[in-house]
Design a binder for this molecule. Sequence first.
Ligand code: HSE
Length: 439
Amino acid sequence: MNPVKIGIAGLGTVGCGTVDVLIRNADEIARRAGRGIQVSRALVKNISKDRSCDLNGVELTTNPEDLLNDPEIEIIVELMGGDSGIALELVQGAIACGKHVVTANKALIAVNGNQLFAAAQKKGTMIAFESAVAGGIPIIKVIREGFSGNVIRRLAGIINGTGNFIMSEMRTKQRSFQDVLVEAQDLGYAEADPAFDVQGTDAAHKLTILASIAFGIPLQFSHVYTEGIDKIESEDVEHAKTLGFRIKHLGIAAQVTDGIELRVHPCLVPENRLLANVEGVMNAVLVDGDAVGPTLHYGAGAGAGPTASAVVADLVDVVRTLTTDPENRVPHLAFQANSLSDIPILPIDEVSSAYYLRLNAINRPGVLADVTRILGDLNISIEAIQQKGDGSPDEFLPIVILTQVTLEKNMNCALERLAQLETVNSDIVRIRLENLNWS
Ligand code: HSE
């Protein structure tokens, strides 16, 4: 049988990695897919740029139409990134031409996925996006297919390799934020705009996708509460360590009584949890299904090989189902398109969590009593409290407090009242804390 011809858009780290894997493992891939997979054209910004991969037999072009108008190309692999512009137009064009799409573009799926999937369903084409979340970990397939017998209760993950790499290097090697970020960019981990990594946007894109396939809800990127790692201070990393915790940047989605929690933020995690020990560019996703219980999925979340592994797996999946009746394929978002639920995403004010607080307060009798009274008045229970310093009177000393689980809106109110105390510096650090005690 003739090989399936594909067009790749983007020959950066992931594009070249994909070409490499397709060449290196061509026989194995063909044995799995039932047909060979051959890159016939590639869309690039600059044709004359030096590239590390073997492009023998690949026609380079700067014109997306060359891929769309080639009747021999059955699958477009979109590896350019971005939720608009050429990436969106190319995917829309591919669907309109009846071509299948494989994409690593989480922003595109998180922001435009509802419309793109509807258009693809009408046309009977597939959009595969395994590589969009957690790099080489096949987490989409796990949740969408492996756990289809479960009601998924919750998931929590380290889903941005760059952020985790930065946090790990800062904690273990005392390196500066900027220095580590530059290395992550050199290694091809970081987004074109690294603010997406450090401000949490990239993780929010990925969490949007995971929540959708876990709970059977439409993609709702704009409803994700998002905080990055850019405000984490080394002082808090040290305090957390003393208390037996590590600070990790987590994406959390959970079905609770009144709706769905969807949040990305730094989080204290007990140091003995597996998730707390995921270091460097590695990702891990903890998924809790009612039948299977808690499961942990670990692997490289970024980089050429791991991401290419997921792109090629999608290609094999698409090739295997080219002749399947579209109605009988796995639905894009795991649940049948007409069976998605409208359960609301909870505003962060309505989410419950435990907290780590650090405030600087004057070392004077009664100050701690004022602080604990404010928390008590708002029904916030204290789990632990620690004041450090040499005890000189009337000096500002850091007080670290761990609270029990409380509603975010109560904590916000407490923070406002604490900031008004004359004896407390108004710059109060608040980091959420998750015990992840799911067993
Ligand atoms: N910038 C992303 C990360 C790449 O660091 O995880 C993979 O999506």
